[in-house]
Design a protein around this ligand. Structure first.
Ligand code: TYM
Length: 331
């Protein structure tokens, strides 16, 4: 809680161009929390360096992620929007929480296992302790609700365990947060391999639709999406490609799965894929336009970052002092 308001926190890594998976699974939901909540949305640049980043790219994507937050409906007046590395308490609390997080717990994280396999030359300690930094992000603000996609559920459960462990060791300090996982869109799949998650770090550009792709690119990518040899638009486990496209179409059109099945009954996949591509491109057009306006105004984005960091810092400082006292530091 922040004052008498329930608190919402979430973050996105500026580690690649953001995808419609990031949009539907997370960012679109951020603006659902109105004025009855205190909301913090951060650009997780500290998390991004667990994988090597090109400095100029990281800097550019940090601005872009912040601009996208606003283009997707967040308002800096109503939400605290900031960059993680601008609030040093994130790293400070991460160290403290490292000492309440078990080696065995971190070893079980599937994201760590996946990323270690993918970056075998760079299995650094940060990649391993990544979830303790994520727990610090969340716990610093007394967060009640964390809107995320399904792939972050395990990290969130670990955050809860760390909070409970700390509270039991000392006394009630951290709020134990809940996930807000939107079941309809919690895992958008790759267009090339519909049994794996759509990921911003995928090397195959045709597998991923970026929020800022042009209309032509979006339509082309959906045309090429992998489906199956059947020609029936139907939702089912045996049809991962079509089911994924239906999920995306449902999210952008507001239609139900039954309505979609009816709309395309007796028509081929070609018509269906075109309709999905158009719905996505048209749905994202206002975001793209607003993004173009914002990204041209660096001064404005810097003002947002600065005041967001000041606001976040105020709350983070209070929590850090409380935590240090409980642990027994002389402060
Ligand atoms: P990141 O940057 O990988 O992804 C940002 C958000 O997008 C969601 N997401 C998806 N949802 C549905 N389908 C997909 N294909 C898909 N791909 C990504 C993610 O679940 C996430 O919500 N560790 C986090 C960033 C983070 C964070 C935090 C999140 C750092 N600190 C504190 C919440 C709270 C991450 O890497 O997200």
């Amino acid at each position: 809680m922040t004052g008498d308001k329930r608190t919402v926190f979430s973050a996105v890594q500026p580690s690649g161009n953001l995808t419609i998976g990031n949009y539907l699974g997370a960012i679109k939901n951020f603006s659902r929390f109105g004025e009855e909540y205190k909301t913090f949305f951060c650009v997780a640049d500290l998390h991004a360096i667990t994988v090597r980043q090109i400095p100029a790219e990281l800097r550019k994507r940090t601005y872009e992620t912040l601009a996208l937050y606003i283009a997707c409906g967040l308002s800096p007046e109503k939400n605290t929007i900031f960059v993680q590395s601008h609030v040093p308490e994130h790293t400070e609390l991460a160290w403290l929480l490292n000492c309440y997080t078990m080696f065995g717990e971190l070893s079980r994280m599937t994201q760590f296992k996946d990323k270690s396999a993918k970056h075998a030359q760079n299995i650094n300690a940060g990649l391993f302790t990544y979830p303790a930094l994520m727990a610090a992000d969340i716990l610093l603000y007394g967060t009640d609700i964390v809107p995320v996609g399904l792939d972050q559920k395990q990290h969130l459960e670990l955050t809860r365990d760390i909070a409970i462990r700390f509270n039991q060791t000392y006394s009630d300090t951290f709020t134990v947060p809940e996930g807000y996982i939107s079941t309809d869109t919690m895992k958008i799949m790759s267009l090339a391999e519909p049994t794996s998650k759509m990921s911003k770090s995928d090397e195959n550009q045709n597998a991923v639709v970026y929020i800022l792709d042009t209309k032509d690119d979006i339509i082309r990518k959906f045309k090429r999406a992998v489906t199956d040899s059947d020609s029936v638009v139907r939702y089912g486990e045996d049809k991962p490609g079509i089911s994924n496209l239906m999920t995306i179409y449902r999210a952008f059109s507001g239609k139900t799965l039954e309505e979609i099945e009816r709309e395309f009954s007796g028509r081929g996949y070609g018509d269906f894929k075109l309709a999905v591509g158009e719905a996505v491109a048209d749905g994202l057009a206002p975001v793209r336009d607003e993004f173009a306006r914002l990204i041209a105004d660096k001064r404005y984005l810097e003002d947002v970052m600065k005041s967001g960091a000041e606001e976040a810092h105020y709350y983070a400082r209070r929590m850090i002092s409380k935590v240090k006292k409980k642990i027994g530091f002389v402060i």
